[in-house]
Design a binder for this molecule. Structure first.
Ligand code: GDP
Length: 478
């Protein structure tokens, strides 16, 4: 029975349990109020406190967003190069950087940081942010105006920039207890950041940063787990997220509404290939190898995982003649991959042989783009549509290290089976394991004890921040 014919669907809350507000123009962003029609009844409810903080944020954004008097005043301050008194509104400008999955996670982390520090989040539109997503906040745009003074420098900002916080610390231009601060600072939280940049995650440094009117951030990481280790944020975070492993689940659903053309890609595909299935399984295949593939060891691993975990039915290799029942159960497998080889292989397997369970298995892959093409508009529209489609499946298998898969699992509220990263062209044994939570993994966390000023294993400090299943040095919330 399809999701759309389930009775729960009608009761589904179009505002996602209070996460969203009513009153947006529906035609300009169909997905915003329609997404609940495609999802199962949500298991995880946002806390009332999170909801009230989001409403406060929306008020702040309305009051301080682009075009407001407060925005113009703050902009004048930025242009003058001086910080005069305490500004009415403070800002966090997010620089568009890296692949789409990375961007979605980085932006979510930045929004949470803005929420915790009462800043207004403004989004550099890069090549295609405006094309892929609807506006998440009422009335005032989240997009950074194109005449923003520093916009031409975004690309060149790095850990050596003169306004880079870590670099300023390193060169003693500033120290964490300074009284006078410049009107803007650049936060370099990209995977190659150094020990000085990582001091961002210390309380003392946060009190300095709190004074800076404009913070500009570049990151390709989901740095939320380490925010949970900053003492001054701890209490607020546990009020916002009593269920700790749901941060991206809620914030992702709040922020990322596919734009109308992406929603078209999603819904047309869904109705054509997934809606009629009795059960759907998403398999996200991301192979970090410079050669094109497909690889036999990856195919072996996918089969070993899905069969062992009983996600897909075994086939009868003896090819005994089985009469298919008049109304066999239909399993739909949604494969996403840059390469078409894996789904071709699966499709053939289930055509050439009957299943032992009598089910029939349909295998579908929306695109096979060959390689990552971040600059092409349709390419990223498809990538976003595919992440979203994966999030609509009942069971999910993902690849290690891939933010593409993290986005799908988080939006879907799914604990995926993660395919271990193959080493030496061998299918790992065991091939996969179930994730502890649906949260993304922070790939480049700091390992530093700010108080003791020495190294420490940050994955062993509290029970809800642990090392990831797919990356031993990464951190994730559980
Ligand atoms: P990650 O590199 O797996 O962490 O994910 P990112 O989304 O950050 O970057 C990978 C990029 O490669 C995506 O944004 C897409 O542009 C492309 N890509 C990778 N896998 C797929 C896929 O299965 N389908 C599509 N359409 N694009 C993909």
């Amino acid at each position: 029975e399809s999701v759309l014919s389930q009775p729960t669907y009608k009761n589904n809350d179009r505002l996602l349990g209070g996460l969203l507000v009513a009153g947006f123009d529906e035609a300009s962003c169909t997905s915003r109020y329609q997404s609940s029609l495609y999802r199962k009844t949500p298991v995880h409810k946002p806390s009332l406190y999170l909801i009230s903080r989001l409403r406060n944020y929306e008020d702040l954004h309305k009051r301080c967003g682009p075009g407001t008097e407060s925005y113009n005043t703050a902009l004048e301050q930025l242009k003058s190069g001086q910080t005069i008194g305490s500004a009415d509104c403070k800002y966090l400008v997010w620089i568009s950087y890296s692949g789409l999955g990375n961007r979605i996670l980085a932006l979510t982390s930045s929004f949470l940081y803005a929420l915790l520090t009462n800043r207004v989040l403004l989004v550099d539109r890069g090549k295609d942010m405006a094309d892929l997503f609807c506006e998440p906040f009422p009335e005032k745009s989240w997009l950074l105006p194109l005449d923003f003074p520093l916009i031409d420098q975004f690309e060149t900002f790095d850990h050596k920039s003169s306004h880079c916080y870590g670099n300023m610390l390193k060169n003693d231009v500033i120290n964490a207890s300074a009284e006078l601060v410049p009107p803007y600072m650049y936060l370099h939280l990209v995977h190659d950041y150094d020990d000085h940049d990582k001091l961002f995650f210390c309380d003392e440094d946060q009190s300095l940063l709190a004074k800076v009117p404009w913070l500009i951030i570049k990151t390709d990481n989901y740095f939320v787990p380490s925010l949970f280790l900053i003492t001054s944020f701890e209490q607020e975070l546990s009020k916002l997220f009593p269920e700790k492993g749901t941060v991206f689940h809620h914030l992702g659903r709040y922020l990322f509404h596919p734009s109308n053309h992406v929603w078209g890609l999603i819904t047309r595909y869904y109705h054509t290939y997934l809606a009629k299935a009795d059960e759907s399984i998403g398999i996200q295949i991301r192979v970090f190898d410079s050669r094109p593939g497909p690889f036999k060891h990856v195919m072996d691993q996918i089969l070993a995982c899905t069969l062992k975990e009983k996600l897909l039915p075994e086939v009868d290799m003896r090819d005994s003649v089985v009469t298919v029942s008049e109304n066999p159960k239909l399993k739909a497998v949604l494969v996403t991959s840059l390469n078409s080889g894996y789904s071709e292989n699966l499709k053939n397997l289930y055509w050439e042989h009957p299943t032992l369970t009598g089910e029939v298995v349909g295998v579908y892959q929306p695109s096979h783009e060959g390689y990552q093409q971040t600059e092409k508009q349709m390419h990223n529209r498809k990538a976003w549509a595919e992440m979203y489609l994966l999030s609509l499946t009942d069971l999910l298998v993902t690849s290690s290290w891939s933010t593409f898969g993290y986005v799908a699992q988080g939006l879907g509220g799914l604990k995926p089976w993660i395919l271990y990263k193959p080493e030496n062209e061998m299918a790992p044994d065991p091939p996969c394991r179930r994730a502890m939570s649906m949260e993304p993994c922070f790939h480049a966390p700091p390992f530093y004890d700010c108080k003791a000023k020495k190294g420490i294993d940050t994955g062993k400090l509290v029970p809800h921040v642990r090392h990831c299943e797919d990356m031993s040095w990464g951190l994730k919330l559980v």
